[in-house]
Design a protein. Structure first.
Length: 52
C-alpha cells in the first residue's frame, strides 16, 4: 500500500531524516516508534506532503 525509498529531510542545516526506507503492506499494521526528537513527526509530515 505504501512504499518509500531513501527519504532525506533537512531543517535548515540539520539533516533530520537520512535515507529512510519503509514499506507498509496492505492489510498489515505498521507503526513508527522512537524516543523524542528522532524524526517520527517529520517523517509523517513528509509522507503527507506538508514538508517539501
Amino acid at each position: 500500500m505504501l512504499e518509500v525509498n531513501a527519504i532525506n529531510q533537512y531543517y535548515g542545516g540539520s539533516h533530520i531524516l537520512r535515507d529512510v526506507t519503509l514499506a507498509a503492506p496492505l492489510g498489515e499494521c505498521s507503526v513508527v516508534l522512537g524516543r523524542n526528537g528522532v524524526g517520527k513527526t517529520t517523517l509523517l509530515k513528509c509522507l503527507m506532503g506538508i514538508l517539501p
